[in-house]
Ligand binder design. Structure first.
Ligand code: MG
Ligand code: ZN
Length: 162
C-alpha cells in the first residue's frame, strides 16, 4: 500500500502571526500569506497538517470554542486560496496544570497521531516550525524538522524540500 507524504506545520509563527505566548483572542489571529508556498507543496503531493501546542487551553486563557473559531478561519482562508489544510492536531495540555502528556511538543505525539491517521511515511515528510521544540518533535517522529524564523515567508525554504 502506498504511503502518503506530508508537510506538518506549526501554527503560530508559521501559518498565523506569532504574537507572544498564545493567541488568546480571535481578533488577534492574523493569517500569514503563505499561499503560494503551500500551494506548491500541495501540488507536489504533500498532505498539509498542523501540529500546535495550545497550553493556553489548560491555563484557561481561552476556550475551546475560541480556538475552534480560529482554526475554522485558518482552514477557510487557505481554502479560499486553493489550499487544503487536511487536519489540525493540537495539544490542550500544560504540565503545570494538567500534568505530563505525550503530545506537547517537543514530544512527538501530535505528529504520530497524524502519521497514523493518514498512513504517512515519515521518511518522506517534514515538519516546519519556528521553535527548536518543533524540530525536536519532528525528528523524534522520524520526519525532517525545518526551523524557520517566526513569520518568515515559507517560499524562502522551499528549496529545502524535495
Ligand atoms: Mg510557533
Ligand atoms: Zn498534550
Amino acid at each position: 500500500m502506498n504511503k502518503t507524504k506530508a508537510i506538518f506545520l506549526d501554527r503560530d509563527g508559521v501559518l498565523n502571526k506569532e504574537i507572544g505566548d498564545y493567541v488568546c483572542r480571535f481578533e488577534d489571529f492574523k493569517v500569514l500569506d503563505n499561499f503560494k508556498a503551500l500551494k506548491l507543496l500541495q501540488d507536489k503531493g504533500y498532505l498539509l497538517l498542523v501540529a500546535t501546542n495550545q497550553g493556553g487551553l489548560a491555563k484557561g486563557w481561552y476556550s475551546l470554542s475560541e480556538l475552534e473559531k480560529m482554526h475554522k478561519h485558518l482552514i477557510d482562508v487557505y481554502l479560499n486560496n486553493g489550499i487544503k489544510i487536511t487536519d489540525i492536531f493540537y495539544c490542550p495540555h500544560h504540565p503545570d496544570f494538567t500534568g505530563d502528556c505525550d503530545c506537547r511538543k517537543p514530544k512527538p505525539g501530535l505528529l504520530l497521531q497524524g502519521i497514523s491517521k493518514y498512513n504517512i511515511d515519515p521518511n518522506l515528510s517534514y515538519f516546519i516550525g519556528d521553535r527548536e521544540r518543533d524540530v525536536e518533535a519532528g525528528n523524534a517522529a522520524g520526519v525532517k524538522g525545518l526551523l524557520i524564523n517566526s513569520n518568515q515567508p515559507l517560499v524562502e525554504i522551499l528549496h529545502l524540500i524535495n
